[in-house]
Design a protein around this ligand. Structure first.
Ligand SMILES: Cc1ncc(COP(=O)(O)O)c(C=O)c1O
Length: 476
């Protein structure tokens, strides 16, 4: 093993030089070509965020009495997000480290609420469309809930209301809708879903992690959107991330609860050990004050006007992108995206090869496997930083698709699919042995061209895919 600790310490310069060597092959986030997982608010805002973050880096959010600033910053951020989501005075919330933690808190709270309020339920279930984020499956796994996934309407990739309705039963304690789902950028019919849940005394969580802030600004700008927030009485919790379209540095999200009676199930307070009194409203305990200060600073710095400008230019660019992508022979944008996130599928070329080719030109999207009737696709989360580069992206995308159509595929999709179908039922080690020679894996490093590997993974049943990846990654 080659660890970091050495006998003798190194100088600041030497350490930084080595650190920067690690980053040599990282994607450069400044190019404007990264179209997923990166939310760059621009140079001035970024510099302020870094300053705010580092200034509050040493503060420990666990010790609320020592660092009263953290409580004040949290209150300011939570109140701003709650207002955007049309919360009344009863709504309360906390900052967490991200969407996953917010969702974990919502599901843990729902489980514990049900233990008190619906004690007859012995085997609690969670109902959610197949487009809901994997964090819910993780939460169910952690907290012992059964997962019931429901279908999508394949015209617009929103939750199919009949399938959702059929899945609700006397064991359901919580149901979920997204605003929007990450994969296709579409808002579920939250009004109908939350009404159905409320009729059966089921809590209803809205996953606004990616869209809560952005869609609320769109609504304030007069856009005619489906309702998805606390204006709907059946909505009991909402997660909304600041570190996505709130354009704040990572590790900042908000979880909101309809009232204190619900949030009381979120707390973990413990004084029954020889240790200090632990008081946690969230899953984490010790936390840096950095994300609190940076999120607060970004909301102040950008203001509603700043966010409106970001939303205006992003929506304008998204419209152009969708029209132009749909006009490229062999490509299609799936469904009816409600904001600046969408997916591209192809009936002509291997979409994972498009990803590889675009990657070579510097464009970073995210591949998604076929699932629940949605074909395999490439996901784009457009941000403010991408807007000036949209024309170039569209030119490159057309060039890549034309090239692959003209020259043919270097991945034999049919042959790989036949191979996968033949071994899919075998033990994981055998599947791995059969596919490895065809996917360019030579060691633990991922291949430069991911299309063969993605084609294989796409063809495997989801459960086998997850097992195979666990087995493989655990070897690294
Ligand atoms: C809709 C949605 N929910 C939840 C999450 C999880 O958020 P995080 O990665 O911050 O944990 C994401 C992340 O992309 C998301 O898009």
């Amino acid at each position: 093993m080659n660890g970091a600790m050495q006998q003798k310490g190194m100088s600041h310069e030497e350490v930084m030089k080595e650190l920067m060597n690690f980053a040599e092959h990282d994607v450069d986030w400044r190019t404007g070509k990264v179209m997923t997982g990166l939310y760059d608010p621009g140079k001035d805002a970024h510099n302020l965020a870094v300053e705010a973050y580092t200034r509050f880096l040493p503060q420990n959010a666990l010790y609320v009495n020592m660092y009263t600033s953290i409580g004040k910053l949290e209150k300011g951020v939570v109140t701003s997000v709650a207002e955007l989501l049309r919360a009344d005075d009863e709504v309360v919330g906390n900052m967490t480290s991200g969407g996953t933690e917010s969702i974990l808190m919502a599901i843990k709270t729902a489980r514990d609420w049900a233990r008190e309020n619906r004690p007859q339920v012995k085997e609690p279930e969670m109902v959610l469309p197949v487009s809901a984020h994997p964090a819910f499956i993780k939460a169910a796994h952690y907290f012992g809930l059964k997962v019931v996934q429901t279908e999508l309407d394949l015209y617009d990739y929103r939750a199919d209301i009949q399938s959702f309705k059929n899945a609700l039963n006397s064991n359901t304690v919580v149901a979920v809708g997204s605003a929007p789902n990450f994969s296709h950028g579409s808002i579920d019919p939250i009004r109908e879903m939350s009404e159905l849940a409320a009729e059966k005394d089921i809590l209803f969580h809205v996953d606004g992690c990616v869209g809560g802030i952005y869609l609320s600004i769109m609504r304030r700008m007069g856009e005619d959107l489906m309702d998805f927030d606390f204006s709907l009485p059946g909505v009991t919790t909402i997660s909304a991330d600041l570190h996505k379209y709130g354009y704040t540095p990572k590790n900042a999200s908000v979880i909101l609860y309809r009232n204190r009676n619900l949030r009381k199930h979120a707390w973990f307070i413990c004084s029954s050990t020889t240790e200090y009194l632990v008081i946690n409203p969230t899953a984490q305990s010790t936390r840096t004050g950095g994300p609190f200060a940076a999120a607060w600073a970004m909301l102040r710095f950008l203001g509603e006007e700043g966010f409106r400008e970001i939303v205006r230019s992003s929506q304008e660019a998204t419209k152009v992108m969708i029209e132009r992508i749909d006009s490229i022979d062999g490509l299609e944008v799936l469904g009816e995206p409600d904001m600046c996130m969408f997916t591209i599928a192809s009936d002509r070329v291997n979409i994972f090869e498009v990803d590889d080719e675009m990657g070579m030109l510097g464009w970073k999207m995210i591949p998604q496997f076929a699932c629940g009737g949605s074909p395999e696709n490439l996901h784009v989360s457009l941000t403010h930083a991408n807007v000036p580069y949209v024309e170039k992206y569209l030119d490159d995308l057309k060039y890549v698709v034309d090239k692959l159509t003209r020259e043919g595929s270097s991945v034999n999709t049919e042959e790989l699919s036949t191979l996968v179908d033949k071994v899919a039922e075998s033990p994981i080690e055998d599947i791995l042995a059969a596919v490895i020679p065809h996917i360019g894996l030579t060691g633990i490093e991922l291949p430069e061209r991911m299309a063969p590997l993605n084609t294989v993974l796409n063809r495997l049943p989801a459960e086998k895919r997850d097992q195979l990846l666990t087995f493989y990654l655990n070897m690294t």
